[in-house]
Design a protein around this ligand. Structure first.
Ligand code: PNW
Length: 440
């Protein structure tokens, strides 16, 4: 890897990221049912109808996994704390075993000299709340602030940073309009409400945590470059509306307390009454922004489809196992946009990574494409820093091969290979390449 720690500012943090439902093993330790447990049973929703019941068994193997982070020379660990593990019904009763687990996890992270970066919501909504309408229901946002308080009362004194929501676009649009993630709806009204309530949940949680004296609060947004498939004006317009829904909706809401005009025009008829009154709460000051970045999309107008009448077509660049084009320039682009929207606010690259059909052979995994992918995206990050963006860290997604949502265990993003039969961990060549770059 021809990039090293020395190419980054003093104190820049290198880490790896995970999420609770994707690694822990949801059947362990008294966690309550979530909408992913039911959604995954289909029909036709998740590859082989797989779920996160066992996943990587991180619930029992977290010390071994944290050892790998420490031994690789990383500085930080980004993880999420499952709402359903802490509050099995989403509201009310607390599962003490769940709080104990996160207590042990945070201590074990700190003992290894790693900074714990917590995410409060990485998608496993308790079924009891999903049954009452999930994020389409305003009450879910209120309940989320209560969960934030309960978990923060236990571990908030020791975490280095807390993100409210991971990827509101996925939570709202991908899940309620495109139907690809739980709850699997294709419903513009539910989508519009979720697009707003997820941000309301963010705002209420930030307000609650500030009230408890917590700091280093942020949100993690995912960005995908939307480009026109051809220069024709209708495709340029398609790319523009895609950009508004995917990239600008959330960024402009938190930065300026407004939604972009074109996206709002389509969603306004379906928005919850009085949404304007929430915008001050949604745009209250934060301590940092997390940027997740993977790829770009080539957009075409699709007039035969309902609003927003767009479709993505295959692009020409080399692709990962997800079929996602490799486009490092997009990361530079969004780091600049984050700065343009939020000024001097510190930014972290909270996720970036690639899936590859990795095989472990004789205790090794050869994944040269992943090493190149990481090098190229670290280089894009470095260019953004040179251009004046205050980027404070970079987290690879993911530490481990894990439950890749609708793709089950088929797509492997890890620096560390997991055999899902034996649960054996094998560090890949990219893990070794990155760790020697961090030692230089
Ligand atoms: C992110 N899309 O998800 C998530 O934060 C992770 O949990 C996930 O494992 C990782 O990226 C890799 O997929 C996304 O369809 C899932 O555009 C889907 C999309 C984007 C991000």
């Amino acid at each position: 890897m021809d990039v090293s720690r020395k190419d980054f500012p003093e104190g820049f943090l290198f880490g790896a990221a995970t999420a609770a439902y994707q690694i822990e093993g949801h059947r362990f330790g008294g966690a309550g049912p979530t909408h992913w447990d039911s959604f995954s049973k289909g029909p036709g929703t998740v590859v082989r109808a797989e779920d996160g019941a066992t996943a990587c068994d991180h619930y029992h193997r977290y010390e071994q996994d944290l050892d790998l982070l420490r031994d690789g020379g990383f500085d930080a660990y980004r993880f999420s704390t499952s709402w359903a593990r802490v509050m099995p019904e989403g509201t009310g009763a607390v599962n003490e075993a769940g709080l104990d687990f996160y207590d042990r996890l945070v201590d074990a992270t700190l003992e290894r000299g790693l900074r714990p970066f917590q995410t409060l919501y990485h998608w496993e909504l308790p079924s009891a709340l999903a049954d009452r309408g999930g994020w389409a229901n305003r009450d879910t946002a209120l309940a989320f602030a209560d969960f934030a308080e309960v978990i923060s009362a236990r571990i908030g004194d020791r975490v280095a940073s807390t993100a409210t929501i991971n990827e509101p676009w996925c939570v709202a649009w991908l899940s309620h309009y495109l139907g690809h993630h739980a709850p699997g709806l294709r419903d513009i009204r539910a989508a519009a409400r979720a697009m707003h309530h997820i941000l309301l949940g963010h705002g209420l949680a930030v307000e609650r945590l500030r009230g408890m004296g917590r700091d280093e609060l942020g949100i993690v947004l995912n960005f995908e470059r939307a480009l026109p498939a051809t220069p024709a004006p209708e495709h340029a317009a398609a790319a523009d509306i895609q950009d508004q829904i995917y990239n600008r909706w959330f960024l402009e809401a938190i930065a300026h307390g407004r939604y972009p005009e074109g996206a709002l025009e389509g969603l306004a008829p379906h928005m919850p009454a009085g949404w304007q009154d929430d915008m001050a709460l949604i745009s209250q000051p934060l301590d940092w922004l997390g940027v997740n970045y993977y790829t770009r999309s080539m957009m075409r107008a699709a007039p035969e489809q309902p609003w927003p009448s767009v479709t993505a077509v295959e692009g020409p660049l080399p692709k990962t196992q997800m079929g996602w084009e490799i486009y490092p320039d997009g990361l530079h682009h969004f780091l600049i946009r984050a700065r343009d929207a939020l000024g001097a606010l510190p930014v972290y690259v909270t996720e970036n990574g690639m899936a590859r059909d990795d095989q472990a052979e004789a205790g090794a995994v050869a994944d040269p494409e992943r090493t190149n992918f990481i090098t190229a995206h670290l280089d894009a990050t470095r260019r953004a820093i040179a251009d004046g963006v205050d980027v404070r860290g970079f987290f690879y997604w993911s530490l481990l091969d894990n439950y890749e949502w609708a793709f089950g265990y088929e797509k492997r993003f890890g620096l560390i290979h997991v055999d899902f039969q034996t649960l054996e961990r094998t560090p890949k060549a990219s893990y070794h390449a990155l760790s020697s770059a961090l030692a230089r």
